[in-house]
Design a protein around this ligand. Sequence first.
Ligand code: 13P
Length: 249
Amino acid sequence: MRDLLFAANWKMNLGPDDARAYMKTFRARYNRHERREAWFFPPAVSLEAAAQAARERADLLVGVQDIHWEPKGAFTGAISAPLAAQAGAKAALIGHSERRHVFGETDEDTRKKLTAALAAGLVPMLCVGETLAERDAGHTLAVVNRQLSGALGALDGAALARVIIAYEPVWAIGTGRNATPQDAGAVHKEIRSWLTARGVPRSRVLYGGSVNLKNIAELLAERELDGVLVGGASLDPEAWAQLVQAPAT
Ligand code: 13P
């Protein structure tokens, strides 16, 4: 038995009313399991509703999908780490592939956002992963190392120890094509050795990309995975409750 983290990224789905209904169903279907946590990343407008529903359950936690690096000011439409924390967020996704590839986020942006999350007391979950072209060119590990160095390179061991990494190959996100447990395991090993070399021997590394009820058991059998970050298959609370209870050795 090991500690496992199941993170649901709702992306641009589920408003406040939906979030309340979702969390009610999820809580009814999922009782606390030893050594398992379920985290939820709702859209910012639903943070407070989801966080309210997660209170009194130490195994449930809510995080924000994206933050701006400035704490406050004239940044119309943006949300800062302290504002998200006030709405109930305890964690922040940083550098999700959709932020990088749809919204043009750079490694330097991820560095600033990650630093801002730490400053506000949020747990940063840094997403890294290669595109299909990068994988086919044999550049997977180089890309992941570049993304790690870009976001985390300036942090000391104490700060690094607070960061969770999610390996999400871009070609596996929303495509129905997941990485094999062995492929994911190899990249997770590389991520762990990057952190070990910088004084963090114990880190949490999740896998994301087309995780669903059919492949979860096989993925969790790979011991390099400390959990999963899930998009599409987390949107139905009953299915998500089932997935969070998937067997693992
Ligand atoms: P899917 O599970 O829909 O492939 O999305 C993965 C993801 O991007 C989670 O952050």
